[in-house]
Ligand binder design. Structure first.
Ligand SMILES: Nc1ncnc2c1ncn2[C@@H]1O[C@H](COP(=O)(O)OP(=O)(O)OP(=O)(O)O)[C@@H](O)[C@H]1O
Length: 204
């Protein structure tokens, strides 16, 4: 269970902030709802560890994780900027998510190639992110997060702008992650994303 307990945060210099509190079970998808600017990305940044809370706790299976570095948390995320290394090719961008020294075993290498095929990017492994469209970059970032096989997956507007067929494939892949016991936290303005993926909603 992912538990967010009385988690408070205020950006430096701002007069007001947020206090968040909810839980997400393994295999469940919680959709975070709220208008633009209400703090959805901020909340995901706190869970990922890119922002430090002023107070409160984040627990996974009863263990506090809010004091851990982002890479020590059982969490992976897809943010709107996709966060790809521009100087590295697609295969390496994904591979580094699986092993920081790119020491991939044959199963991992073949999972990357099969994943690329599945999301419609067969043959794109040697391309750099700068040679991809926005939707292709998005698919690389999503695939990297899915293949990391973490226990908590944070998704910030993950499928915005993708075509219907690609969205269906990614809905299937994300549903498989839920079946594997991954806890998903989804911030999306897209009603279809929430209808297909979310089990519960939490309003900001
Ligand atoms: N680094 C920052 N410093 C100060 N204020 C910030 C910073 N980043 C975001 N904010 C402010 O915090 C508020 C919440 O932003 P956030 O990006 O979390 O909202 P959101 O709900 O994800 O919005 P959207 O749906 O448009 O993506 C906004 O008012 C934003 O201007």
């Amino acid at each position: 269970m992912l538990e967010i307990r009385q988690l408070s945060f205020c950006y430096p210099g701002q007069s007001s902030g947020w206090t968040f509190g909810f839980s997400v079970a393994p295999g469940e998808c919680l959709a975070i709802q709220g208008p633009s600017g209400s703090g959805k990305s901020t909340l995901l940044g706190l869970i990922a560890g890119f922002l430090a809370p002023d107070r409160g706790e984040i627990l996974w299976q009863g263990q506090a994780i809010h004091n851990l570095s982002p890479w020590q948390r059982p969490v992976t995320s897809v943010f709107q900027d996709h966060n790809l290394f521009e100087h590295l090719d697609v295969f390496t961008n994904i591979g580094l998510g699986l092993h920081p020294g790119m020491k991939l075993n044959p199963e991992q290498a073949s999972a990357i190639n099969q994943g690329l095929t599945r999301v419609g990017l067969e043959g794109f492994g040697q391309r750099r992110p700068g040679e991809l469209s926005g939707g292709q970059r998005q698919r690389v970032a999503l695939l990297r997060s899915i293949l990391r096989r973490q226990l908590v997956l944070l998704l910030d507007e993950p499928l915005t702008g993708l075509d219907t067929q690609t969205r269906s494939t990614l809905y299937r892949m994300l549903t498989e992650e839920k079946a594997r016991g991954v806890a998903l936290v989804l911030a999306s303005h897209d009603e279809e994303d929430r209808r297909v993926l979310a089990d519960r909603h939490w309003n900001l």
